[in-house]
Design a protein around this ligand. Sequence first.
Ligand SMILES: Cc1cc2nc3c(=O)[nH]c(=O)nc-3n(C[C@H](O)[C@H](O)[C@H](O)COP(=O)(O)O)c2cc1C
Length: 406
Amino acid sequence: MLKDHRIVLIVTGGIAVYKACTLVRGLVKAGAQVRVVMTEHAAQFVAPLTFETLSGHPVALTEWPRGPESPMPHIDLNRDADLLVVCPATANILAKAAHGIADDLASTLIAARRAPIVFVPAMNVHMWRSSAAQRNVEVLKEAGARFIGPAEGFQACGDVGAGRMTEPEAVLDRLMGFFAPKTLEGRRVLVTAGPTYEALDPVRGITNRSSGRQGYAVARAARDAGAEVTLVSGPTALRAPEGVRLVSVESAGEMLRAVEDALAEAPCDLFFSTAAVADWRPDSVPVLKMKKREGEPSPFEAVRWTENPDILRTVSARKDRPYAVGFAAETASGADLLELARAKRARKGCDLIVANDARRALDRSENAVRILGEDVDRSFGPADKDACARFIVEAAAQELKKKEMP
Ligand SMILES: Cc1cc2nc3c(=O)[nH]c(=O)nc-3n(C[C@H](O)[C@H](O)[C@H](O)COP(=O)(O)O)c2cc1C
């Protein structure tokens, strides 16, 4: 997604400068061309040589170069940039950028910018909460600047609270989607993902092999397309995508409640039912662990089962139903898979169904999908789940738009 995009990374003087090194590596690996600019104070924390080596280009440090470099770096760097990223962004650079102060290369570059700009703030919690910093952030947002973070947690100075730099992997994840077409701008999207877990007793339960990767990728792709995304997730080992509201649940019942709560909060335009939801749950769950007893049959043989609520069908039957996309992961392929998927779409009453072979999708990083609808039949893959997610989200956005047309 960043291949050949030209990014100017402005590094300012905070303790989080070391995290920007990881970001440069990630950007370069993703195919971006990165030029690093450092303030005098940033260079106190990490030597420019580190950034020079990681980016493969000299680091710009001053507006007054004495060597053969460009005589006007603040103009030339801007001329070539698709995106400016200020990471970490100090309280100082936020203040200067908000007021048009241009007294070093970093701030002059920002003052003369033409490309979009993203700030990744990192500072002490009291600095971040100060009315001056908050005012500056508002001014910059009004002028169109984007912000990633800050996160909350333990700080290098010993304080705890908001102001920590968002981890570089999460910053990279957001930047990866920066240039995605904004086909869902202003839309609300609800995604379910991962497996569900139905308790058998206090220590055991039944679940499935869904890793949640496809659903998380759908949530990220919808976010990158400009949507406000809520992700209702069963237990997974995945990190919550930055900029997505995550609601964590365990059982199918909890998942349905979380979905209905999200829909009650505000109507939603698109619903992706990506989760692998258990069809059945035990009638009742004993308070104590079931024990193996010599000479007796397994206590699990006595478990009675109740059907779980059908989340996709419930949402598809609502009066205020969003455009609903179901997923059919079956242990079938070819014509059998298509038949099962078409039947599932009819049973659930959803608009689109994404058919995939469970044996090739569950707990894997790749997938191959076929999207079926009333007059839709589109295939994609095999490809990584992020690429599949972008295809699915794009197809759903197009179909939703078609459906809304008079
Ligand atoms: C050890 C140390 C750590 C600092 N960490 C931060 C920080 O995380 N965030 C911040 O806004 N300022 C931090 N500062 C203060 C800035 O370095 C100072 O405001 C400086 O003028 C910023 O300059 P610059 O924005 O031009 O890089 C720190 C200072 C020191 C000495």
